[in-house]
Design a protein around this ligand. Structure first.
Ligand SMILES: Nc1nc2c(c(=O)[nH]1)N[C@H]1C(S)=C(S)[C@@H](COP(=O)(O)O)O[C@H]1N2
Ligand SMILES: [Mo]
Length: 313
């Protein structure tokens, strides 16, 4: 496993005021209505900062403090920009994220194309979630987004919609990693419909009070906090409601190592390493016990009752 940073970033280098102001800007965007909120909305859309009030946060409370912003935006997996952890921050600046639309199609009564800027009007929340990579490291990140079920409500899935497929952007001129054939591009992911509709599942447009950095999946990505990070596709351009379980990029690449479900599970090791313990970054050692469903068991375990999670890993 590559060394991440030689020493933890001192907390004095975090600028709480800045982070706070950023958060308030987003909130301006979310509040809607007043002139100030309108300014906030514009500010959010352009990534600027502007004060306002707090977004709701209905996430289960967690005790860990959020990971340092600079670490969360510099230690990333986004293979379209290269395979090392520092590649996305270095290379993702080339991605054009505006204008950006998401096409929502398939087994739905009202297919539609939605502009990312419209999501701001649909009830953003800040959700502080644990985030766990299959590589046995985790972070705690204040995401900003809206419950995916609100998007589903817009398009009205039919009774044949059993799964949701998320297709991410495939733009070779802006994404140097697409030259490699390590995955079948575009990067696609999928969820069972009840997983997608679960209130913890977030269509995400921001983090730390700002719009997403390109390396974190700007302008819009999924966040599914009880699953390994690779289930949370970045820079999404199409959402398909489908009848059959989709073949996702990682399952196509190596289904023995990366299953469709990929629930965080200390009882199921990755074939090449243990999942029993994890490193909460910037900790260098796997000093924590991994929690089943990444700590969200109380909320999501019932989705899997009757399923053997060693078979459906
Ligand atoms: N399009 C795309 N989405 C992706 C990936 C990727 O390579 N391409 N990597 C995944 C993996 S393995 C992880 S751990 C998370 C990392 O998200 P972060 O860099 O914001 O922490 O993004 C996921 N989404
Ligand atoms: Mo990951």
């Amino acid at each position: 496993m590559p060394r991440l940073i030689s020493k933890p970033i001192p907390s004095s280098e975090i600028t709480p005021r800045e982070v706070y102001l950023n958060r308030r800007a987003l909130l301006a965007a979310a509040a809607g209505g007043s002139a100030l909120a309108m300014m906030g909305k514009a500010a959010f859309a352009s990534g600027l900062r502007r004060p306002l009030e707090a977004l709701p946060n209905t996430a289960p409370k967690i005790s860990d403090t959020p990971t340092d912003h600079d670490l969360a935006t510099s230690y990333n997996n986004f293979y379209e920009f290269g395979t090392s952890k520092s590649d996305p921050a270095r290379n993702a600046g080339t991605l054009t994220t505006k204008p950006w639309t998401i096409e929502i199609v398939g087994e739905v009564t009202k297919p539609r194309t939605i502009d990312v800027d419209q999501l701001i009007d649909m009830g953003l929340e800040e959700r502080i979630y644990r985030f766990r990579c299959v590589e046995a490291w985790s972070m705690v990140i204040p995401w900003i987004g809206l419950e995916f079920n609100k998007i589903a409500a817009l398009v009205e899935p039919t009774s044949r919609a059993k799964y949701v497929k998320f297709v991410t952007v495939n733009r070779p001129s802006e994404m140097p990693g697409l030259r490699s054939d390590m995955l079948d591009w575009p990067y696609t992911e999928g969820l069972r419909i009840d997983e997608a509709m679960h209130p913890l599942t977030l269509l995400t447009v921001g983090m730390y009070g700002q719009t997403l950095a390109n390396q974190n999946g700007a302008p819009v990505r999924m966040i599914v906090p009880w699953k390994y990070g690779f289930k949370s596709g970045k820079s999404i351009v199409r959402i398909e409601f489908v009848e059959k379980q989709p073949v996702t990029a990682w399952v196509a690449a190596n289904s023995r190592e990366y299953g469709f479900y990929s629930n965080v599970n200390p009882e199921v090791d990755h074939p090449r390493w243990t999942q029993k313990r994890e490193r909460l970054l910037p900790d260098f050692f796997a000093s924590r016990d991994t929690e089943k469903f990444n700590g969200y068991g109380e909320q999501v375990a019932s989705l899997y009752s009757g399923m053997d999670l060693k078979v459906n890993y």
